[in-house]
Design a protein around this ligand. Structure first.
Ligand code: BES
Ligand code: MN
Ligand code: ZN
Length: 512
């Protein structure tokens, strides 16, 4: 795919389609205005007729009667005063899904005037959204849908803009391409059926990514995990013939620093619930239970290419959760890597078991900060639905920093309180901890359980159970969304830019 930048006359572009933004105020500006002029006011007419009102993601296709551009697609961007760059992910994704299915391979995107102050970010989001729009979910059919092929994307700013703007657009587009590909990688890993995405296959995919981008890779097999005392993850995999893997990818962007951020992602390639088996309805969706892990692998691929000055570990504890003859039974007590004993009340609360060992391992590997992402609790879907992922942390300033960075991405996060009393709730009568408590505050007690394995390392837990996948297509296909790749990458880049963070610790830096 070629990416070009143009600040010329939008209507004279030789392209399959020109996409123009329409806000709900109905006022055309920049490239949209010149396209309108070239069409003899065709767009103005459509707006006046109220065929499109400018609401987010509304679309109208015009077959351009004038100029070189064959088609003009008007896409709604909502309220002009509330415009945010991340809205362009939907703008571009909607356009690509509409036009791509109609055999258009070359698309020019006009940026709204509102983009002027943040061209780099806006360009990145257009490219990222366009790429996210191309994913094919029908590859298992003997006759798959015709793939969406993007041969060329042109980013168009208003005529006569400055040269530095073109440069910023190009930079942003390059970042957007890396991010879009990383998001799609994570989505493709997550959407692959569990019979084709076992822990071993996931480890091989992670190794491919590491090798392609010059990152170091290792994966502990079950014998090595046993040697390290990782009885928690092994208690999950024991019910399956598939062997668990502790996958580790490392990026060393700042060799002179001892600071190391660990991104840890739950990698349950299929969650049947184990002996505490789940009901059949929607159980097939549990092939997505490795979305956090897929997000880590996707993020590491982007980080390797963006090369921020920071050390990052990516850790994915991968396992199936099945009720085989060696399966852990409710009531069994297992021992995690840090020696803590866990009474397994419910074998369906497996994510926290595998994460327990992964968090301990992150610290052994030198992590000085940890962010984990997991499709951890059904309770999270009850709390925030599919609107946002939950954020829980043992370090408020660190969490605030994450939230402020993530707010500039298309992913949504919302902090929930991790009160000390939840740490009491997860205590067991007969062991140190129990993996399941009552129904109250299910996402928070899960987080309190994880907290017992991070010690005093600043740590953020993201429960992405409600946002990792969607069951309706919108600007991207239904299925995995790529959450948390965008937030992970943005946060890593931001931490790399903040030297104060390294000398003063998270708390001081995030407050300043
Ligand atoms: N993977 C599930 C959580 C989940 C549920 C993710 C629905 C996405 C959609 C997790 O392993 C699980 O089963 N959690 C249990 C925990 C309970 C037994 C304490 C749950 O949420 O019911
Ligand atoms: Mn489960
Ligand atoms: Zn699970």
């Amino acid at each position: 795919m070629q990416i070009r930048v143009s600040s010329g006359d939008a209507a004279s572009l030789e392209t399959g389609a020109l996409v123009v933004p329409v806000f709900s105020d109905g006022r055309l500006d920049g490239a949209a205005e010149s396209a309108d002029a070239a069409m003899g006011g065709g767009l103005t007419e459509v707006l006046a007729s109220r065929e499109i009102s400018g609401k987010a993601n509304e679309i109208v296709l015009l077959h351009a009667p004038a100029g070189k551009t064959k088609r003009v697609l008007a896409v709604g961007l909502g309220d002009r005063s509330k415009f945010e760059p991340q809205a362009l992910v939907k703008y571009a994704g909607t356009a690509v899904r509409y036009l791509g299915k109609r055999n258009v391979h070359s698309i020019a995107f006009a940026l709204p005037l509102e983009a002027q102050h943040q061209v780099r970010l806006c360009a990145a989001y257009v490219i990222e959204g366009a790429l996210a729009g191309t994913i094919d979910t029908t590859t298992y059919r003997t006759e798959p849908d015709r793939p969406i092929v993007l041969e060329e994307i042109v980013l168009v700013t208003s005529a006569g803009s400055h040269e530095f703007e073109a440069h910023a657009l190009e930079e942003g587009a390059a970042r957007g391409r890396i991010l879009g590909e990383a998001v799609n990688l994570a989505r493709e890993l997550a959407m692959t059926p569990a019979n084709d995405m076992t822990p071993t296959i996931l480890a091989r995919k992670a190794e491919d990514v590491a090798r392609a981008h010059g990152l170091t890779f290792h994966a502990l097999d079950e014998d090595q995990m046993f040697q390290k005392g990782m009885g928690a993850i092994l208690s999950v995999s024991s019910g399956s013939d598939e062997r668990a893997q502790m996958i580790v990818i490392e990026y060393k962007g700042d060799p002179s620093s001892k600071e190391k951020l660990a991104l840890v992602g739950k990698g349950v390639t299929f969650d049947s619930g184990g002996i505490s088996i789940k009901p059949a309805e929607n159980m097939h969706e549990m092939k997505y239970d490795m979305s956090g892990g897929a997000g880590v692998i996707g993020a590491m691929s982007a980080i390797a290419q963006l090369k921020p000055k920071i050390n990052v570990l990516g850790i994915v504890p991968a396992s199936e959760n099945l009720p085989g003859p060696r399966a852990t039974k409710p009531g069994d007590v297992v021992r995690a890597m840090n020696g803590k004993t866990i009474e397994v009340i419910n074998t369906d609360a497996e994510g926290r078991l595998l994460l327990a060992d992964a968090l301990c391992y992150a610290r052994e590997l030198g992590a000085t900060r940890i962010v984990d992402a997991a499709t951890l609790t059904g309770a999270m879907v009850i709390t925030l639905g599919h609107a946002a992922a939950g954020v829980m942390s043992n370090d408020d300033a660190f969490a605030q920093h994450f939230l402020s960075v993530a707010a500039k991405t298309p992913e949504r996060y919302w902090q929930l309180p991790l009160y000390d009393e939840f740490s009491q709730t997860v205590k067991s009568e007969i062991a140190d901890l129990r993996n399941s408590t009552g129904r109250p505050a299910g996402s928070l007690t899960a987080a309190a359980f994880l907290k017992a394995f991070v010690g005093d390392t600043p740590w953020i837990h993201l429960d992405i159970a409600g946002t990792a996948y969607v069951d309706e297509a919108s600007h991207q296909a239904k299925g995995p969304t790529g959450t948390p790749v965008r937030a992970f990458v943005a946060f890593v880049e931001e931490l790399a830019k903040a030297p104060a963070l390294k000398s003063n610790g998270a708390t001081a830096a995030a407050r300043s």
